[in-house]
Design a protein around this ligand. Structure first.
Ligand SMILES: [Zn+2]
Length: 296
């Protein structure tokens, strides 16, 4: 059972992985069954992840297309930029529920809509996304609130701000970035997980760190660029450092949402360099397929 204090948890995590800080976690060999009794986070690609937690397996933000399938409006480079490293069958194996933090293509794409069983529970942020996903044929769509139960897991939606104030003041950009949620996973005797989602750093993120005291945080940190706007609709290098150095948290931080999209400005290798250079000892930059064990 997990009852170790945060700092010890960090040390224990790295010790379990046989790592020193800044090294990336080892990839589990493909086709190895993922045990469901342990809490673990598997980075699949972009923000797509598979999380085993308190007896349930969640698939988060499935963006499952093969490399180069899509050409976004006004774009010249196709996405995703990289392939999945696992088969879709392997990704879907054992999944009890899907969490869609918002319905942008890189979090919920047409391949996901095609291959995910229509009766699987899908957790979403609001009634609008629920309506859209029901229209796509899914029959068990649930809007996440506070302490929304799923088995022994309590899921809580947190607010994201998927753009700067300046971006939201432009009607077109506001429409484009829309709303996105984060998710807190809690269960008795389990480490608390906080996925911040597609959001900038703001006072709500700082509040969530204090309030939920997460043991493990996932940051979407590829710093996307929107032409003619300062800043980014998601976090970047400086935000990772700020959260790592925030004295209210000693959580392990995984950084994702890099490498897969042409508009992201920070690659995972740049993030690794940054983490090393700034001695961010609790930050992990997983590769596709890497599994991070969260309890012992
Ligand atoms: Zn995104």
């Amino acid at each position: 059972m997990f009852n170790i204090k945060h700092l010890t948890f960090a040390t224990a995590l790295f010790a379990t992985l046989g790592l020193t800080a800044c090294q990336s976690v080892p990839t589990q060999t493909p086709n190895t069954p993922v045990p469901t009794t342990k809490s673990q986070y598997q980075h699949i690609r972009n923000a797509t992840a598979k999380i085993n937690y308190a007896g349930k397996t969640f698939l988060v933000d499935p963006y499952l297309a093969e490399k180069g399938r899509y050409l976004a409006p006004n774009a010249t480079i196709r996405n995703p930029l990289i392939d999945l490293t696992q088969s879709i069958e392997e990704i879907l194996s054992g999944v009890d529920a899907v969490i869609v933090t918002h319905t942008h293509l890189d979090h919920w794409d047409e391949v996901a809509q095609e291959v995910i069983p229509k009766d699987l529970p899908i957790f979403v942020q609001n009634a609008g996304d629920a309506r859209l996903i029901r229209e796509q044929g899914f029959t068990d769509v649930r809007v996440m609130g506070k302490n929304t139960p799923f088995g022994d897991v309590k899921l809580t939606r947190t607010r994201g701000q998927h753009g700067t104030d300046e971006m939201y003041s432009d009607p077109k950009i506001a429409e484009m970035v829309g709303d996105a949620m984060g998710v807190v996973f809690q269960a008795k005797g389990k480490p608390t997980i906080y996925l911040a989602g597609d959001t900038i750093y703001n006072h709500e993120i700082a509040h969530n760190l204090k309030f939920y005291q997460p043991d493990f945080i996932v940051l979407n940190a590829g710093y996307a660029k929107i032409p003619n706007f300062e800043g980014s609709p998601i976090m970047g290098l400086a935000d990772v450092a700020r959260i790592h150095n925030d004295h209210s948290t000693k959580a392990i931080i995984a950084t994702v949402h890099m490498d897969a999209l042409p508009q992201t400005a920070v690659s995972s290798s740049q993030m690794r360099e940054f983490v090393k250079h700034h001695d961010l000892t609790r930050v992990i930059v997983p590769k596709s397929g890497d599994i991070i064990q969260l309890d012992f």
